[in-house]
Design a protein around this ligand. Structure first.
Ligand code: ADP
Ligand code: ADP
Length: 225
């Protein structure tokens, strides 16, 4: 678990600024959802936290340490992508183990962590299959499993349910909430779906055109008279 602080975070592409000085703090163990319409800068913000995009201005801290210059692999975060980003030629087991192998984790530790995550996600019976043999919901479970086995300080989710049908979205919402409670993880979750924001978040950051409009509990944002 860790806290994440964004202080005056800006992003410019060439001369065009698309994120205009965002200040917010995500507390230890908190589930924060960034919500807002397409193009408001949610993804860019998340990718800056992940280290996949450079930060043009401002400071990003994880547990008090400035991480602006740290490469993604050194940030102790794990990201779940909308398109799952699985390796098609690897088995589910190897997809989940990959990040640990890169980091030279001992084999028995890899076995243990992958099996634990697979049980948690109820995919332990399909670990020798390849992604093509899975449904969308199962693929998303593998993508989540790959993040869990890393035991990162912070989980980042980028519209993870957008490619699923309504029924599966509903199921996976509960599943991800359950994981949050089980793992006590710090989570930043990006979506354009207000229902996801309302039902999953401890706090919601409402973004519009690169600015933070509101940062509060779902109740305060949606039910305030
Ligand atoms: P969201 O995730 O909320 O849909 P994005 O973070 O993807 O929004 O995009 C925010 C803004 O930044 C948009 O106006 C988008 O067109 C612009 N943008 C995103 N990536 C790039 C890029 N690589 N080059 C130039 N502009 C970009
Ligand atoms: P792992 O160690 O499991 O590979 P990391 O978080 O260290 O995980 O690295 C994941 C890398 O994968 C990122 O650096 C990113 O560049 C890349 N990546 C994979 N899928 C995507 C995607 N859909 N969009 C953007 N980047 C991706």
């Amino acid at each position: 678990m860790a806290n994440v602080e964004l202080r005056g975070i800006r992003k410019r592409y060439g001369n065009v600024e698309v994120v205009h000085g965002i200040d917010l703090e995500v507390r230890h163990g908190e589930f924060v959802v960034f919500v807002g319409p397409s193009g408001c800068g949610k993804s860019t913000l998340l990718r800056m936290v992940a280290g996949l995009e450079g930060i043009s201005d401002g400071e990003l801290r994880i547990d008090g340490q400035r991480v602006n210059e740290l490469p993604p692999r050194s940030r102790d975060i794990a990201m779940v992508f909308q398109d799952y980003a699985l390796y098609p030629h690897k088995t589910l087991f190897e997809n989940m183990a990959f990040g640990l192998r890169l980091r030279k984790t001992p084999e028995d530790e890899i076995q243990r962590r992958v099996m634990d995550a697979a049980r948690l996600l109820k995919i332990e019976h399909m670990l020798e299959r390849r992604p093509a043999a899975l449904s969308g919901g199962q693929r998303q479970r593998v993508a989540i499993g790959r993040a869990i086995v890393r035991q990162p300080k912070v989980f980042l989710f980028d519209e993870p349910l957008s490619n699923l049908d309504a029924q599966l979205r509903h199921e996976m919402r509960s599943e991800i909430k359950r994981l949050h409670q089980r793992l006590g993880a710090t989570i930043i979750y990006v979506t354009h779906d207000q229902v996801e924001a309302m039902t999953m978040a401890d706090r919601i950051a409402v973004l519009s055109a690169g600015e933070l409009m509101q940062y509060d509990t779902p109740d305060a944002i949606y039910n305030r008279p």
